[in-house]
Write a protein that binds this ligand. Structure first.
Ligand SMILES: [Zn+2]
Ligand SMILES: [Zn+2]
Length: 256
């Protein structure tokens, strides 16, 4: 399983990276996790947007899904798609309200019903917190702690495992999802100040503690906000977790 960092800037796109987007590849299958602001441009620098096999959204904050609208335009209106759209609807996994919210995000193109019909190009699947098979990948979602319906993902293939926290505070659901994982891709939005709001995001320290409790193989920090010093976040995590700790680096790929 290969993980490529398409975007890793937390909360907003930053000067060095788009907002979150991760490409997971195995056996030639391509799963994209989140598609934040600016991510579609960076993704197309790697692969054709028509070569995505499935999309999964952790939650519907704009820094994780804003570029869905751009992808919708590309897949519906590209004058020479490599296949007729109706022959390949892209599976999209996300929170319960994903289909309605994405239609609303787009200007309605059905004046009578005041809505947008994506059914020819996308096939929406609400996440349930259960395990689903997406191509060759076994994907387990779990509801995590964030101000909206938000999921973390555990992705397994060929005896290896990757957990993506999505956006979350430290929580038992993330601990459960991460137990014994090979690579924990965990958000660390900010530094560990007691004044930070509860139930929203993790600090580097909390991401390190999560990796430690889970017995993770490696910890990769992501979603560091542009106004946060990544070196401080990294040092916090290293103070809590004895294994290897990395900062997700824009454009790099990693074998899981
Ligand atoms: Zn976010
Ligand atoms: Zn969020």
């Amino acid at each position: 399983m290969k993980l490529t960092i398409i975007g890793c800037s937390g909360s907003v796109p930053g000067p060095a990276a788009p907002a979150p987007c991760y490409l997971v590849e195995a056996d030639g299958f391509r799963l994209v996790l989140d598609l934040g602001n600016g991510a579609l441009a960076a993704l197309q620098a790697r692969i054709s947007a028509f070569d995505i096999d499935a999309l999964a959204f952790s939650h519907l904050h704009p820094d994780h899904c804003a570029d869905f609208s751009a992808l919708a335009v590309l897949r519906r209106y590209h004058p020479q798609p490599p296949y007729p759209p109706e022959q390949r609807r892209l599976p999209v996994f996300g929170p319960s309200d994903t289909a309605r919210r994405f239609a609303a995000q787009y200007a309605p193109n059905d004046a009578e019903r005041q809505t947008t019909d994506f059914s020819t190009v996308f096939d929406f699947h609400p996440l349930t917190g259960e395990t689903v098979q997406i191509g060759p990948l076994k994907v387990t979602s779990a509801l995590v702690t964030h101000p909206c319906e938000a999921y973390g993902f555990r992705i397994e293939h060929d005896g290896r495992s990757l957990v993506y926290s999505g956006d979350t505070a430290a929580c038992p659901a993330l601990d459960g999802l991460s137990a014994g994982v090979d690579l924990l891709l965990a958000e660390a939005t900010w530094t560990d100040l007691p004044s930070r709001p509860a139930d929203m995001h993790m600090s580097g320290r909390q991401a390190g503690q999560t990796a430690c409790r889970a017995g993770a193989g490696r910890l990769m920090l992501t979603h560091v906000a542009p106004w946060t010093d990544p070196e401080v976040v990294l040092a916090e995590a290293r103070g809590e977790f004895d294994g290897e700790v990395l900062l997700a680096e824009q454009g790099r790929f990693y074998e899981v």
